[in-house]
Design a protein around this ligand. Sequence first.
Ligand code: OX2
Length: 828
Amino acid sequence: MALVTADTTPPIATREHTVDGFTREFLRELNFGQGVDLTRASVNDKYLAMARTVRHYLMTRWIETLRRQAELQAKSVAYLSAEFLLGRQLDNALLASDLQDIVREGLANLGIDLDELREAEVEPGLGNGGLGRLAACFIDSLATMNVPSIGYGIRYEYGIFQQTFVDGRQVEKPDDWLRLGSPWEFPHPEAAVTVGFGGHVEQYQADDGVVRRRWVPGWSVLGVPYNYMVPGYAKGRVNTLRLWSARATHAFDLQIFNSGDYAEAVRAQTFAENISKVLYPEDSTPQGKELRLQQQYFFVACSIKDFVDQVLPEGYDLHRLPERIVFQLNDTHPVIAVPELMRVLVDEKGWEWDEAWAVTKQCFAYTCHTLLPEALEVWPVELLGRLLPRHLEIIYRINDEFLAELRETYPNDELRVRRMSIIAEYPVRAVRMAYLATVAATKVNGVAELHSQLLRDKVLDDFAGYWPDKFTNVTNGVTPRRFVKLSNPGLSDLVTEAIGDGWVTDLDQLSGLEPLADDAEFRRRFREVKQANKRRITDVLAARDGIEVHPDTMFDVMVKRLHEYKRQTLKLLHIVSLYEKVTTGKIRLEDVTPRTFAFGAKAAPGYVLAKQIIHLINAVGSTINSDPALEGRLTVAFPANYNVTLAETLIPAADLSEQISLAGKEASGTGNMKFMLNGALTIGTDDGANVEIRRLVGDENFFLFGLTEPQVAELVDRGYHPSAYYETNEDLRHALDLIASGAFSGGDRAVFEPVVSNLLNEDRFLALADFQAYVDAQARVDEAYADTEDWTRRAVLNVARGGFFSSDRSMRDYIDGIWHTHPVPPGS
Ligand code: OX2
């Protein structure tokens, strides 16, 4: 008898959730999958077999999720993002499948140490920093909250570069993360789609007699989808992340191949496959690179085609698209999706323009992540027209109609109309992607209250005046699964013992810890956890980087991309000043709070000043660390290649979180939230989400310093002269002079001259203006830290009041205010 007929649901393979069941599966994977026996298996063999076994346990939920979705066609979110900075997958999969104990025991029975295999996993670094990590947190929350959603992005063959230091200088190495195979991906070459580029647009008479325009691409590539499971916590949905990989089309190379020019055929293939070759190592500053635009169009064209042709059932009425999908644009990188959807509807489906625009306008929402003018993407018309000629036409028409509409509203204000044009005329004619996104989106959101306010008041003020209801805020969040539960098991157990484990999916429950801040025994245990976390990172830094730190010092941590606006130099000036005072006897070493200053930061390879700052931090570090008098008192730790994996052990060990960007420059920050939830106190400016952190935790539990955004604006307006601070502030002068003297560069005064002279003459982000306020705030930190009990009390309050910063809450805000979707549990 046939097991499956048209009207029965086909059965799904099952797995036994026991140690024996796991062991059987694991051996099968090892023997039949990897083709090795246990005695001969390498660590990588065992890791791959184990990872594949674990994913089997999630498969039922994945299949059920997909079936349910096919059946219900519930409204979904398609999160379009050029970056997903996932971090290692194994621990999260073990947590989601509730297999942690089973796997540990099963492997131990076979003489295998789970921790050794965990270390074999190479993290997929498919993002630069906050923006990519945020996307990863969001898809975790969506799955946990049972929200139908799909992530669409690029499967870069090389992720964010591996950073090494050679004589203190950053040297980049390619991130060959796929070298040993990735057990977490499911390639689907049979579902590949074709994407065109270049060529021209032609006019033709359609069957209905109407004259239409269509794109005749000059070349095309294949997009091959790779699916990744996005498992929700505790039996939630297993959603899908679909990343696209570029391949040469057969038509592309076969012809050349047949003509016997093998070299040319290979060249053609390389050209096509370059598109998904490497992640651009940029954060907040775009490189005007053609390949980048190719990447952007490549992944959104694949995604839209995939959604329309594969995900939607056959015959779906696209007029109802807004009931079925919302495309969330993660910054401007995917904005070319707007003219692409128009092209599909108008050119391919034969719709009228107005009809297509009415639908398209309802399908997109846009998140802006920056305030830096240089980070707002702009594509020269020349480039866009060459690569995507039809899209440029469509953008022009969208703009023409938009400007006509504006002229009706503002009849005598041509200046305003020109300001709001999607097309910039200067310095070259170019498409402003943020404006295009704003015109097309149902909602535009910033990522923290202050940021959203500044978007409305400054960056997109004309648009906010025109469409006040379009603008909204969703403050970022982080997933408590990865960044507390998994990365800080000590704290996690302590919290669960105190208030139960509901906090993992309802982070507001952390408020239940509030009274325990006054409980001496709880504080003692809380400190014990922090101390254990410091010992853990001490071991990691010794093994990973050969760096020696002292677990009984204050851990003062600044981890984020290296950028002038984030002001790593400000922290460095504080360290140098302290060093200068101690070594000249201005302060006694015994009076200095023992501190470990930890940095983690990558600089974009082309960002010369950022790389010089890295060199300087390392130079100051090696001078301080090699001074025997300072041993155990002052240490600078700058492990290379800061990534998600390192963050997971470093953040739980921190006492002090450095969030010291110039006010009005950091859109949100998300590291700040991770530190808070792990019991660090923040020293920070009134910037990004710091504002909300401080409001929640209370002024008395936050070390605020520095100019406010309006003060910055005023100072810049008046004319900012950094040298004036140098001249009037003795400590600052001594610190800068010490760097300039060559004290950290073996007497060579030239090495750090560019950094010093940039600070003295330019200092775009007002580090010198905030120096004294920062040093004063650090003195308040020292004073507070000296009272151990009270410091712990404040640290507990940081955790207790951090519930707001769960990415589950961010998702709720998006759902209620922007997406209007509903949860659908997998088996419901
Ligand atoms: C980052 C922002 O710089 C950061 O403030 C924010 O927390 C993060 O995005 C997530 O919203 N590229 N990276 C960012 O913005 C851009 C552009």
